[in-house]
Design a protein around this ligand. Structure first.
Ligand code: SF4
Length: 521
C-alpha cells in the first residue's frame, strides 16, 4: 500500500506546514461530527462500504513509561485498540532528551513496520489510533500532535471531542497562538503553552479545567508522562503496570484494558474523572483538576464501541452486553426457533438473550473479516451488494426458522433492512429484530461520529414505522431503564445517555443538529 508517513524529529517541525500546502486546502476547524460523507463513491466504481449505517469509533490512546522498547509496547497496545479508529495512527517516543514522532494514514500494522519502530527510541511513548471526529481525517490531524511550547516540547494524544473549542480557539489566536492543525486536541496544548502557571503540571491542570466536553488524554514531555480524563469521565482511560524484576514497574495507560492483556500488564485502576496522573522517574503522583461534576460516562461504549474483553468505567463490557440481551428477552420476548446475532457487536447480547429466552443461539450470519476499506463494485449493480460483501447467511440454519436477530443499533435503517432481507432471502419463516439499546434519536457531540438528527431514522419515525421500513415481522428496542440497569448505573457510575434522550450533560448544543427533520424529508 502507499503509505504517507510524517516523521517529526526535535527541531524540525516545518513538515506540518508542508503537509498543509501539499493538501492544498484549508478545512473547517469547527467541522461537526456527522459532516463526513461516508460510503460515497470516489473514483468510478470504488466505494467505501458499510460505513454509512454504523456509528464510528472515536479514537484510542496509549502511554508507556519506563520500558526499554517503549515504541514496540505502544505499537502492541494500539494494535489491540485498532477497533477504536482505523484512519490513522501515530507513536511519539522520548528518551529523556529528544522527542520523536511518527504517524501515518492506515492501520497500525501497516504503518509501524520494524524499520519504522527502530526510528522511535526511548523508554517512554504515547500512541494514538484515530477515526476523525473533529478536524479532517488527513495526516495533518493524525496524532500524537507535537508542539514546541514555552513549557518545552509536548506531545499529546486525545480521545473525545471538546465542545467549547470555538471560543477557546479564537481567544488563543488573539493571544498570538499559531495552530499547526485543525484538531481540537491542539487547543489543549496551546492552552498549556499560553498558561502563566509556573510549573508544567500546574499549567496542564489549569488548562484542562478550561476545556469542556470529552477528553481522555495522554501527554508526554522529554521526561514525563501525563494522563487525564475530563471531569464527567465521558471516555474510558485505564492505568496498568508491567512488573520488571529488579527494576521499577513499567506504567501503562490505555483507552481500554484489553490493550493490557497483549502487553501482559496488570490492570491497576481507571484514571478518575477530573484526575491528572503524572508518571516520572520518581514515581506516580496524582491530583484532581476538577471536582463536583456529575459523572456522565458514555453508555454507548458498553453498547457498541468497547471490546467485550475490556473493563471500562469499573465494569466488564461483556457483563453489560450479556445483561442487555437478557433484559431485552424479558422486555420483548417473541415466539421463535433460533437467536442469531448480527456479528460482531451483536454477539454478546444475543448470547444473553438466547440463554434468558431458552432458545438456541446460532451463528446464522457469517462476517467476512477481510473486507478492505474499499472495494470494486461489479459492473452490473447488485442489490444490497455492500452488505453481502460483509455478511453472508448460513442457509441451513435459517431456512424455515422463526429468527430473532440481535443488533446493537439502527442508525439510518438502510443496513438493518438489507440484513432483514438477507435473512428472509435465506428462507427464514419470520424475522424479528431486537436492538440492545433504546432508539438513537439525537447526535453525539462528545467524540462519536453520528449523523445529524435528520438522518437518524428513530428521530423521525415511530418504532412501528421503522419496523415497516426495515421489513421485519417485529421490532423492539431495549428500554432506557433496561439499558441503565444492564450497565449498573447507580451510586458509583453515572452515564451519558444523550443520544437516546436528547438530554446533554454539557451546556453546549448545536441547535441545527437537534432540530427534528422537516415533515416529508
Ligand atoms: S451522546 Fe451517546 S454516544 Fe455520545 S457520549 Fe453520550 S451516550 Fe455516548
Amino acid at each position: 500500500m502507499t503509505q504517507r508517513l510524517y516523521q517529526g524529529i526535535e527541531g524540525i517541525f516545518d513538515a506540518t506546514q508542508a503537509l498543509r500546502s501539499m493538501k492544498g486546502t484549508d478545512v473547517d476547524p469547527y467541522m461537526k461530527p456527522g459532516n463526513k460523507k461516508d460510503g460515497a463513491l470516489g473514483a468510478r466504481g470504488i466505494a467505501a462500504p458499510f460505513a454509512s449505517d454504523k456509528l464510528h469509533e472515536e479514537c484510542g490512546v496509549v502511554a508507556i513509561h519506563g520500558h526499554p522498547d517503549a515504541a514496540r509496547q505502544a505499537y502492541l497496545a494500539l494494535y489491540a485498540l485498532q477497533h477504536r479508529g482505523q484512519e490513522s495512527a501515530g507513536i511519539a517516543t522520548a528518551d529523556g532528551q529528544h522527542l520523536a514522532n511518527i504517524k501515518g494514514m492506515g492501520l497500525v500494522s501497516e504503518i509501524f513496520t520494524d524499520d519504522v519502530l527502530a526510528k522511535l527510541p526511548g523508554q517512554m511513548a504515547i500512541g494514538h489510533t484515530r477515526y476523525s471526529t473533529t478536524g479532517d481525517s488527513a495526516l495533518l490531524n493524525a496524532q500524537p500532535i507535537r508542539v514546541d511550547s514555552t513549557k518545552g516540547l509536548i506531545a499529546i494524544a486525545h480521545n473525545g471531542n471538546l465542545v467549547n473549542l470555538g471560543n477557546l480557539r479564537s481567544r488563543l489566536e488573539r493571544d498570538g497562538a499559531y495552530f499547526q492543525t485543525t484538531s481540537d486536541s491542539e487547543i489543549i496544548v496551546q492552552l498549556i503553552a499560553h498558561s502563566s502557571a509556573q510549573s508544567l503540571v500546574d499549567a496542564i491542570a489549569e488548562s484542562l479545567a478550561q476545556v469542556d466536553g470529552a477528553f481522555s488524554i495522554v501527554m508526554m514531555t522529554r521526561d514525563r508522562i501525563f494522563a487525564a480524563r475530563d471531569p464527567r469521565g465521558f471516555r474510558p482511560l485505564s492505568m496498568g503496570r508491567m512488573k520488571n524484576p529488579g527494576a521499577p514497574d513499567t506504567i501503562v495507560f490505555a483507552s481500554e484494558s484489553c490493550a493490557f492483556d497483549l502487553l501482559r500488564a496488570e490492570f491497576i485502576r481507571d484514571v478518575l474523572p477530573g484526575e491528572l496522573v503524572m508518571v516520572s522517574r520518581v514515581g506516580v503522583t496524582s491530583r484532581q483538576f476538577a471536582t463536583g461534576v456529575p459523572q456522565s460516562s458514555c453508555i454507548f461504549e458498553h453498547v457498541y464501541f468497547a471490546r467485550p474483553d475490556s473493563r471500562i468505567f469499573g465494569r466488564w463490557v461483556q457483563e453489560s452486553r450479556d445483561q442487555m440481551g437478557r433484559r431485552l428477552a424479558r422486555e420483548s420476548g417473541v415466539s421463535a426457533d433460533v437467536v442469531v446475532p448480527v456479528p460482531d457487536s451483536g454477539v454478546t447480547a444475543a448470547l444473553g438473550y438466547a440463554e434468558e429466552a431458552g432458545l438456541p443461539f446460532r451463528f446464522g450470519l457469517i462476517r467476512n473479516h477481510y473486507v478492505g476499506r474499499t472495494f470494486i463494485e461489479p459492473e452490473q449493480r447488485v442489490r444490497d451488494f455492500g452488505v453481502r460483501l460483509k455478511l453472508n447467511p448460513v442457509r441451513n440454519l435459517l431456512a424455515g426458522k422463526r429468527v430473532v436477530l440481535i443488533d446493537d443499533s439502527i442508525i439510518r435503517g438502510t443496513t438493518s433492512r438489507k440484513i432483514v432481507r438477507m435473512v428472509r432471502g435465506a428462507g427464514a419463516a419470520e424475522v424479528h429484530l431486537r436492538i440492545s439499546c433504546p432508539p438513537t434519536i439525537s447526535p453525539c457531540f462528545y467524540g462519536v461520529d453520528t449523523p445529524t438528527k435528520r438522518d437518524l431514522i428513530a428521530a423521525n419515525q415511530s418504532v412501528e414505522e421503522i419496523c415497516r421500513f426495515i421489513e421485519a415481522d417485529s421490532l423492539a428496542y431495549l428500554s432506557l431503564d433496561g439499558l441503565l440497569q444492564a450497565c449498573q448505573t447507580g451510586e458509583n457510575i453515572g452515564y451519558c445517555t444523550a443520544c437516546y434522550t436528547g438530554n446533554y450533560p454539557t451546556e453546549w448544543v448545536d441547535v441545527e443538529e437537534i432540530l427534528p427533520a422537516a415533515v416529508g424529508s
